[in-house]
Design a protein around this ligand. Sequence first.
Ligand code: SAH
Length: 341
Amino acid sequence: MNLKTDLKALSKKELESFIKEQGLPAFRARQLRHWIYERRAESIDEITEFSKDLREGLSKKAYISTLKLLSRQISADGTEKFLFGLEDGESIESVLIPDKDRLTLCISSQVGCAMKCRFCLTAQLRLRRNLRAHEIVDQVICGGRLIHPRSITNIVFMGMGEPLANFYEAVEALWRMTELMKISKRRITLSTAGIAPKILELAEKAPRVNLAISLNATTDEVRSRLMPINKKYPLRSLLDACRRFPLEPRRRITFEYVMLQGLNDTQDDARRLIRILKGIPSKVNLIPFNPYPGSEYRRPSDEEIERFQKIVLGGNVTALIRKSKGQDILAACGQLKAGYG
Ligand code: SAH
């Protein structure tokens, strides 16, 4: 047991009271937040703005935690997967995806996931625990350090877990990224399986980052079969929340659509997709299913996917086919398992 206080884990208020308890002036809390999140210090000793005495004094009571890199795999296509260890021995994965002039880091919000989506490998882990805000953010800090001198340009909450099922910590992580680390809101995307009421709460409580919805089907019957969360929040309530989601000018909601052969890939589906997205500024990402050992689904052929895309485009809905990356190291969408099981 580490009896020292982890400064990175403290909220603004908690850090302020910790500093007060130490008999230090309030501005030290501000400096600490700056050094931990903006300067990305890994230890109190790196805080050169503090005198040696102050650093030594603080180090007796406190420390700055960091994720532990357990393994790093590089795919033939340049995608990288990081396995990070947490302080309690749990682990999570983050994936770095290079694409033209972008370098996107895909981060996790929970250890495992409780959503039970039928096509996703992470679901098999069940939920082990929620991540704390600093553990979510630290994937960006550590990821950034590991790939130096390159830098991360975009962040997506599309790794392990359902961010809106870990609402408080995910929102706090978004604040730390935008306010403390000064990452642009437009470069962050939060993706959800569709916890409808939390979508509107997100608009109220979090910085206005991009929103992505894992739609994956066009009827309640199919969607409930694939994604049990749909039984609680059926398409009507999900799409209603999307319609009411306050978007900034020229912004759109991304709809992810995993393509599963014979299940959601028919021409009727494509036409229904256009219909149900009416009135929502949207773009669709078609993701051919990524198989994993033991998976029961298949991806449609390239021609079938292109035909689907054409119909959607014909309805004046933007639709991109997302060529999945990192499949050879199980780093693509739905393939994260963090070495468990
Ligand atoms: N829980 C959030 C964040 C995870 S995002 C959410 O559901 O949005 C992970 C994305 O990968 C989701 O859009 C999901 O639909 C997709 N996905 C899951 N398993 C997949 C698989 N085997 N192949 C392709 N995409 C998959």
